[in-house]
Each structure stands twice: as C-alpha cells, then as structure tokens.
Design a protein around this ligand. Structure first.
Ligand SMILES: Cc1ncc(C[n+]2csc(CCOP(=O)(O)OP(=O)(O)O)c2C)c(N)n1
Length: 633
C-alpha cells in the first residue's frame, strides 16, 4: 500500500489543517485559500489515483463550512452515498492517508464507521442518509443531547424513495438539518418530476440578510424582544405563503432555507448558521456545480463522476454491459414489446444506445431500484417484455419486489444482473456476491450465467421466449479469450447448458465446477497443477444455474464413475450459493458416493476493498487457494 509520500508543504493553509478545530479560527480569506488548496489537491490526487472526482469538487465549500459551523464528532455529519466525502476526510485527520484511498487497508472511497469517529454512519448505496440522520436526531432528543444531525443529500438521491419516506417521518422539533445539494446531476443528468420542481423552489436571495438584521434589532428589545421576533417570523411566513405558495418541504413542516449558491462559501456558512439557530428541523437548499473548478469535469460531469487511476491505462475492450445494450437495441427494432429500464445507471449498464434508438421504451426511473422492479412487473403484466439492467449490489434494494411483484405472479421480467461477482475498487458495499443465493431461493426464477458474449445473446433470446422471471448475470469487463479457446473452440452450441474442457473423463484427477469470471482462476490452477505435478483437472463451466434439478442431471452425466475430488468454485457468498445447492442436489446420485466435495466460495464475511491486490486472493478464492484445497500436487 502506498502510505503517504505526498507532501503538503506547497499548501499554505491545508498543510496546517489536521482536525476540524484547525479551521475554526481561520479568517475568511484563509478559508477561501483553504478551499482552493483542497480543490487543487483533489484534482491532482484523484486524477492520479482514481476515485469520485466531480461530486467531490462540488462540495468543497459545503464540507469546510460544515466543519466550521458544527462540532463533529459531537454533532453528526452524515453524507449520502458517501462518495463525496473526500474533503470531509481531509479535514478530519485523514489527509496524510489520502493516497491510500480504495487500496487494501487504505481509506474507503465512502464513509465508514470503523474508519474514523468523524464517520458516524457508513454508506456506498444511495438515499440512506436522511433516515440515518433522523435516527441520530431522535436518539439525541431521547438522551437529552444538544447534538445536531446533518444529512447531506444530493438531488440524485432524492429520486430514491427512502428519502421521501424519511421526510414523511420527520418531526418539526428536532436538531435535524437536511442539506439538499442540487447540481442537476445524478451520475447522468438527474431525472423526474421532483428534479424539475426543485428549480421552481422559491429564490430567497437577500431574505436571510434581512432576516438576520431583523432578528438582531428586534431580539435586543428588552423583555419582549424574543417573543416579538417569533411573532414577526410567523407573520412573515404567512405573508410569504400567501405570495409565493409554500413549497414541498414547508408543507412537510420543515423550515426551508435557500436556494443559495453552494460554491459561495460565505452564503453556505450563513445558511448553516441560520439553520443551526432555527431551533427546528430545517432543509437548506444549495445549488452547486458538479466538477467545480476543473473545466473538463464541469463540462462532462458524468464522465468525471468516477475516474480511473492514471497508472491504469484504460483497456480498449468491450464489455458485457455494452454487448448486452447493443444486442437488446437490435432486438427491440423488431420486437416492439421490448423495454429497457435502468435505475440511474444508463451508462454503466450499457443502455445509452437503447435510449437513443428507442426513446419511448427506455425508462430511467432514478435511483429507485424497488420501484424499477415493480414498474417492470406492471409492464410485463400488460404484455410488454421489460429488461431491468441493474448492478447486482443495487438489486439488493428490490428483493421483496422481485419476490412479491415479479416471481409470485410469475411475470416475465428479465433482470440483467450487471457487475455480478467481486468488484475490487469500491469495497464491501459494491460486491455482487449475494444475488445467486437470494435469486436461487425464489420460485419460478431462471438464472443464466453466460461466460461469453455469444452465450449472453442466447440467454437474452431464451429469456424472451420464457414465460417466467429470468435473471441473466454477467460480470464487470469483457469476455475472456482463454475461455472461448478452452470451451468454445468448435463454436457455441445452440442449447444453453454445461461445457467441459475434457472429452475423456478417464484421466481426471479432479474436477472444478464453476461459473462467471472466476473461471479464469480455475484455468490458471489447472495449468499450474499440470505443470508442477502432471495431474489433470477437468473444468465444468455452467451457462445457467436455475433450474438446478436439470443442471444436476446434466452434470451427473459427465462426471467420471471413479473416485475424484469435485471442487465447486464461485465468487458468491457460500451459504445458498451454487456449491451448496448443487452438491446437495447431486447427493441423490449413486455416482456421488465416491466423490469428495469441496465448496470454495466467499465465506460468511464482507469482502474488503482491494484496488492494489488481486481481489480473488483477498476473498480466498484465487487459483492459489484452489491448488491448496485440491491438494493433489
Ligand atoms: C442504491 C444505489 N443505486 C445506485 C447507486 C450508484 N450511484 C452512486 S452516486 C449516484 C448519483 C448520486 O447523485 P447525487 O445524490 O445527486 O450526488 P452527486 O454525485 O450528484 O453529488 C448513483 C446513481 C448507488 N450508490 N446506490
């Protein structure tokens, strides 16, 4: 791990800032300089090492103002998603470790309770901050604590239902401050009616200055000043409502402040101070620029939402996501029932081409996976063929919708489970290691695991013909030529089934049964075992999982009759995974009596981030672990 070699000496103010206390007494000019220095550092270090750039550049002023106005960790500062918390990390004792971001043992790319006392709540998935902040605020009230709870929530996150569930559940008299960070962007352009209406929220330029002045003058009137101020405040509120109509937040009982330019430090600090003194639950509305201060990121905020490290030259390779998007776009030309749905991840899931070609049948529902699943169910129930492309990790959000709205009604929705398996950069919050276990539990569900693009196309074709819910799971990145050479040298057979890399089972010393990208580890282990011990390992590659009964029958037919070790390998959680289910199903066959089963999968644990080390090694499912477990050398 690259422990800090970076020198902060070139930064006049930042070099002296190590904790939030160090900024409390800074002059206004020094704070402006500090903001500029932080921005330079972010541009330099994140461009070099990778990470979320544009979102962080937008909230430098807000982060500094939060730590100036509040007393963290006594006050609770809670970042939604947490991908924009870099300045917060820099200001809270983690500056020196900033270059370890996303490395194994290094700083997380999100907030994380175990990392710092200043990260009072962890994240990675969107739209959770307000619910958590409400939990903090209510418990502080119960405990008699005077701590504030501040949730920073982007306008993208407001497309997620949880934010509104939490707003609905808030009460007026809490030390709760919600910062609405409006930058008109999710990862792509933000969508939906809420986003459109945000821009209509009343502009109150000048209102706060007037209000502060009023407070200062009236409050000083002996004895009655405080009461008089309250009366004026309430009269003013009534007048405002009569003139402008009240807004969404005010209707819910919040004291709404804003919008102001969130990249103007003075305005942000004023607003936070105002909210702090309001003595009731507040929403403060900031308009920030995503990518602020770095022209390429300002111009293309989507492109700079997350950037790769400079050292990793971007491979010019195609991906499963792109190939899926391309194929679905072409099928949708003929089949007018095909629809594509994304939950704010059109780029990542390869759906941009579909969006352009079939605008009316493309649906970006916002960061609303649960809604997306049930919306897909509605489309399917009314005769359409919906494909919901979603990252495995975010699909966790819609488990009940898949069971209750899709599977229970046996509706032909196709879940295109992208980024399935282990994903190295983002850590525990972003691995796709639970979907096999949770989808396999659901009746009526077919699960495909296409190892190549051709197999992906066949899975899509088959899912269109299927009158049941289907899940097609594929990994980050592209197909592997070695897999094509080993299993599809003679072309891709029409049926979706199992493939073996052995024709003759009489000389096998062990068998590996696997699916997904991890096949590569199996191929390396096989090669090394042959090289060092001359032993022969056969691999069975699975193109589908469910229906497992059919799969077990197919596998039994190719297993040798004699005693051999069978290793089930997958980059999924072990409990409920392929290895557990399949080994149980196979037990009924007499042939299995003389087989020694080994299940190798992700043990009962959350796998950590590891940008710098092979993820399979970290998770204990690497070729090295396979060789050790097979123990035939
Ligand atoms: C449940 C879930 N779905 C999708 C994502 C992927 N994602 C990460 S950040 C982001 C956009 C967030 O937009 P916003 O809240 O406005 O923050 P900004 O980046 O604009 O500051 C999305 C969709 C996620 N983190 N969690």
């Amino acid at each position: 791990m690259n422990e800090q070699n970076y020198s902060f000496d070139k930064y006049k103010i930042l070099s002296k800032v190590n904790t939030p206390n160090d900024i409390k007494s800074l002059s206004y000019d020094d704070i402006i300089l500090l903001n500029n220095e932080i921005r330079s550092m972010l541009i330099e270090r994140v461009s070099e090492n990778g990470g979320h750039l544009a979102s962080n550049l937008g909230v430098v002023e807000l982060s500094v103002a939060l730590h100036k106005c509040f007393n963290s960790p006594h006050d609770h500062i809670i970042w939604d998603v947490g991908h924009q918390s870099y300045t917060h990390k820099i200001l809270t004792g983690r500056k020196e470790r900033f270059d370890t971001l996303r490395l194994s043992g290094g700083l997380s790319g999100f907030t994380k309770i175990s990392e710092s006392e200043y990260d009072c709540f962890g994240a990675g998935h969107s739209s959770t901050a307000l619910s958590a902040a409400l939990g903090f605020a209510k418990s502080d009230k119960l405990k008699g604590s005077d701590a504030y709870s501040v949730a920073i929530v982007g306008d993208g996150a407001y497309t997620g239902g949880m934010v509104h569930e939490a707003l609905n559940n808030c009460e007026k008299n809490l030390r709760l401050i919600i910062v609405l960070n409006e930058n008109e962007m999710s990862i792509s352009k933000n969508i939906g009616r809420f986003a459109k209406n945000l821009s209509k929220l009343r502009s109150t330029q000048g209102y706060f200055k007037t209000k502060n002045a009023t407070r200062n003058i009236i409050s000083k009137i002996p004895l009655i000043g405080k009461y008089l101020f309250k009366a004026v405040q309430s009269l003013k509120q009534s007048l405002k409502n009569a003139m402008y109509g009240s807004n969404y937040f005010e209707n819910l009982g919040f004291y709404y402040l804003g919008p102001v330019d969130g990249n103007d430090y003075e305005q942000v600090e004023n607003l936070l101070t105002e909210a702090k003194n309001a003595n009731q639950s507040c929403v403060i509305h900031l308009k920030t620029k995503k990518g602020k201060g770095y022209v390429p990121a300002e111009q293309s905020p989507s492109l700079y939402h997350g950037v790769s490290p400079k050292t990793v030259s971007k491979p010019v390779e195609d991906t499963f996501s792109e190939k899926f998007g391309e194929y679905l776009t072409s099928l949708a030309k003929e089949d007018k029932t095909i629809c594509a749905i994304t939950a704010a991840m059109a780029e990542g899931t390869g759906l941009i081409q579909f969006k352009k070609a079939h605008q009316k049948r493309f649906f970006d529902v916002g960061i609303a996976e649960a809604h997306a699943a049930t919306f897909a169910a509605g489309l399917a129930a009314n005769g359409m063929k919906p494909f919901f492309a979603v990252y495995s990790t975010f699909m966790q959000r819609c488990y009940d919708n898949i069971i209750h709205d899709i599977a229970l009604q046996n509706l032909p929705v196709v879940l295109c489970v992208d980024r399935s398996g282990l994903n190295c950069h983002d850590g525990a919050t972003h691995h796709g290691i639970f979907d096999v276990a949770f989808l396999s539990e659901i009746p009526n569900m077919k699960i495909y695991t296409p190892p190549t693009y051709e197999c992906l196309y066949r899975a899509v074709d088959d899912s269109i013909k299927s009158a049941c819910p289907c899940a097609i799971r594929y990994p980050n990145g592209g197909e592997n030529q070695k897999v094509i050479d080993s299993f599809y040298g003679n072309g891709v057979p029409l049926n979706i089934g199992i493939r073996t890399d052995f024709a003759d089972d009489r000389r096998l010393d062990a068998i590996i049964i696997t699916h997904g990208k991890i096949i590569n580890e199996a191929l390396v282990a096989k090669e090394k075992i042959m090289e060092t011990a001359g032993k022969n390992v056969g691999i069975i590659l699975l193109e589908y999982l469910e229906p497992y009964d059919k799969l077990a029958e197919e596998i039994e037919a190719v297993l040798p009759k004699y005693s051999v070790k069978v290793l089930y390998l997958e980059e999924e959680i072990k409990n409920g995974g392929m290895g557990m289910i399949l080994s149980q199903k196979l037990e009924q066959y007499p042939k299995m009596k003389n087989k020694h089963n080994i299940i190798m999968a992700v043990e009962d644990n959350f796998v950590i981030q590891t940008k710098d080390e092979p993820i399979y090694k970290t998770a204990g499912v690497s070729y090295y672990d396979i060789i050790e477990k097979l123990d035939i050398i």
